[in-house]
Design a binder for this molecule. Structure first.
Ligand SMILES: NC(=O)C1=CN([C@@H]2O[C@H](COP(=O)(O)OP(=O)(O)OC[C@H]3O[C@@H](n4cnc5c(N)ncnc54)[C@H](OP(=O)(O)O)[C@@H]3O)[C@@H](O)[C@H]2O)C=CC1
Ligand SMILES: O=C(O)C(=O)CO
Length: 313
């Protein structure tokens, strides 16, 4: 069995060695331009088109992250990047849910306890206790109730928050009110005080965080965007902040990354910027999952994490 690896920034040696340990029967190699020797599986992030376009015999392509929007966009721009008919698989959790829980909880508590405002007051040497937010008036809405969204929701319920989620299909998550489908989006947004975005970036969700949506939230709402920058209409957020519709935002992802030095978010007093670190790929857990999926395919079983290319996630 031959496995190809390509990632623009990961240390290839540790991946090649780690995969070889987990799949002793496999020959694992780092793809180099010009390499068109046979391969059964490919592990990729931002693969050049020539890596996979003319290959036959591939049994699976593993994206080295949870979100596959970038690789599907590559395919749209350069057809053949993902050869037709080959299953595309993504990482499911592999330690990202724990990281995402930490990220979202950190900002929920920062906003709920008004730490962001106290930080601004400290800069003014201002000693001014603020009226505390009350949990019963601080409903948290999570857009996207998949692998990450569900775990974040459960962690917030455990802290005593009122939590609702929105997804395509209905969910049953203990203590969480489930809304689904476009028709129920207004009901989900109504009275949501803090909105967490954990949707995949698809043709249906791109630009979903716009002014019209923000206006449906409770006034002085908070936004945490830890999914993709393409979800957010950045100018609309600036308007909503200016109008007081949105009180503050924590943003991990941006339309253009790295965020341009001149971007207004950097210095906005009510915006917190992090450099796409909410949940990163943990090599060891990712390799465990990929190796298990390869074994499943080899044994005629069904691997997990298969992407529906039409749906976009
Ligand atoms: N900032 C960071 O560091 C990271 C960001 N991410 C981002 O988080 C995203 C979510 O990851 P993950 O939880 O693993 O993904 P999943 O595919 O497990 O979950 C996606 C959720 O979104 C819902 N959804 C999709 N399309 C729609 C729609 N049109 N309307 C309503 N709901 C919709 C799905 O509904 P249903 O369940 O009904 O299918 C599902 O509940 C990734 O796609 C990635 O972009 C991921 C990792 C790290
Ligand atoms: O896995 C993903 O989709 C990420 O965004 C990792 O940072």
């Amino acid at each position: 069995m031959n496995i190809l690896f390509y990632h623009p920034t990961f240390n290839p040696e540790s991946w090649v060695n780690g995969l070889a340990q987990r799949l002793p029967q496999a020959q694992v190699r780092v793809w180099q331009p010009g390499d068109d020797a046979p391969a059964d599986y490919a592990l990729v992030w931002q693969p050049p088109r020539e890596m996979l376009a003319n290959r036959s015999g591939l049994k699976g392509i593993f994206a080295l992250g949870a979100g596959v929007d970038a690789i599907l966009a590559q395919e749209r721009q350069a057809p053949g990047t993902l050869p037709a008919g080959v299953p595309l698989l993504r990482l499911e959790d592999t330690g990202m849910a724990q990281q995402m829980r930490e990220y979202v909880l950190a900002y929920v508590l920062r906003f709920f306890r008004r730490m962001d405002e106290y930080q601004l007051q400290q800069q003014q040497k201002q000693w001014q206790p603020l009226k505390p937010h009350r949990q019963e008036r601080f409903t948290i809405g999570i857009m996207g109730a998949g692998v990450l969204g569900q775990q974040v929701a459960q962690a917030l319920v455990a802290l005593g928050f009122t939590v609702r989620c929105w997804s395509r299909s209905p969910k049953q998550i203990a203590g969480v009110e489930s809304f689904h489908g476009r028709e129920n989006l207004p009901a989900f947004l109504h009275e949501t005080r803090l909105l967490v975005n954990l949707l995949p970036n698809t043709p249906e969700t791109v630009g979903i965080l716009d002014l019209a949506l923000m206006k449906q939230l409770a006034s002085q709402a908070y936004l945490i965007n830890a999914a993709r920058g393409a979800h957010l209409k950045e100018g609309d957020l600036l308007t909503a902040l200016e109008q007081g519709q949105v009180a503050a935002a924590a943003l991990d992802v941006f339309a253009d990354e790295p965020l341009a030095r001149m971007h207004p978010f950097w210095s906005h007093p009510r915006v917190t910027v992090t450099p796409h670190i909410a949940a990163v790929t943990l090599p060891s857990q990712a390799m465990d999952q990929i190796a298990a999926n390869i074994r499943a395919i080899e044994q005629g079983g069904t691997p997990s994490g298969q992407v529906d290319r039409e749906r976009g996630y």
